[in-house]
Design a protein around this ligand. Structure first.
Ligand SMILES: *Cc1c(COP(=O)(O)O)cnc(C)c1O
Length: 224
């Protein structure tokens, strides 16, 4: 087996591909944020990404992220929560994360609103949309989205910044990205977190402002 590229080299490749996709889509250079998905990675591997200049990281579990990031100097880092969030972890998530991409139900919105109020800290909030309407997947159903966003604004005093989706593995992601974009536009939202290792270039064509890339940087994750 050929040696895997170093994390620095892999990051460089992903960044160059993003820059090219921005150009081809007529997007401003640097308009797409690369969220480096560091879930399950060993600390030395995260050190390598940091040494290569990466500053935005995505995690999918609050406790794991606390263990990994709470002790580090986070002054110029951005941590984004991209996994399902239990309401009883909302307070810890507000304390740790700069963005929470997985707001998807009133009970969680309520818990987040309370934590934001108490802590005086307001992470950027995205609503996760279950664009494929998959029963096992988190996220608001497309038909319920506009009502949910209204409720966030009116009932909870939360101003969501945008939307996030994880398309079904079996389907063409482009139609899901296009749908997410339309739903964001009609709700006046500017942040679009969509695209992972296999489809981030497509997502950029469809207007992604944030792409979440793990295995293209770190290599395949060990099976859970
Ligand atoms: C793990 C994960 C990613 C990264 O997936 P890769 O295919 O390894 O790039 C992106 N988004 C979410 C929500 C994830 O859980």
């Amino acid at each position: 087996m050929a040696d895997a590229p170093s994390i620095a080299d892999a990051l460089d490749t992903v960044r160059r591909r993003i820059a090219k996709a921005e150009r081809l889509a007529g997007r401003a250079p640097g308009s797409v944020v690369l969220t480096c998905v560091s879930k399950t990675q060993a600390p030395e591997r995260i050190d390598q990404a940091l040494a290569a200049g990466q500053r935005v990281f995505g995690e999918n579990r609050v406790q794991e992220a606390e263990g990994r990031w709470a002790e580090r100097d986070r002054t110029d880092l951005t941590l984004r929560m991209i996994g399902p969030l239990q309401s009883n972890k909302a307070s810890a998530a507000v304390a740790l994360f700069d963005a929470i991409e997985t707001v998807d139900r009133p009970s969680l919105a309520k818990a987040l609103a309370e934590a934001i109020q108490t802590q005086g800290r307001a992470p950027e909030l995205l609503v996760q949309v279950n664009t494929g309407e998959e029963p096992q997947k988190a996220g608001v159903a497309p038909a319920d989205l506009d009502g949910f966003i209204d409720a966030l604004r009116k009932d909870y005093g939360l101003g969501p910044a945008g939307l996030m989706c994880i398309p079904p593995v079996e389907e063409e992601p482009a139609m899901h990205f296009a749908l997410l974009r339309r739903m964001a536009d009609r709700n006046g939202l500017s942040v679009l977190s969509m695209g992972m290792s296999d489809d981030y270039l497509t997502a950029i064509r469809f207007g992604a402002t944030h792409v979440r890339v793990g295995s293209a940087i770190f290599g395949a994750r060990p099976a859970a």
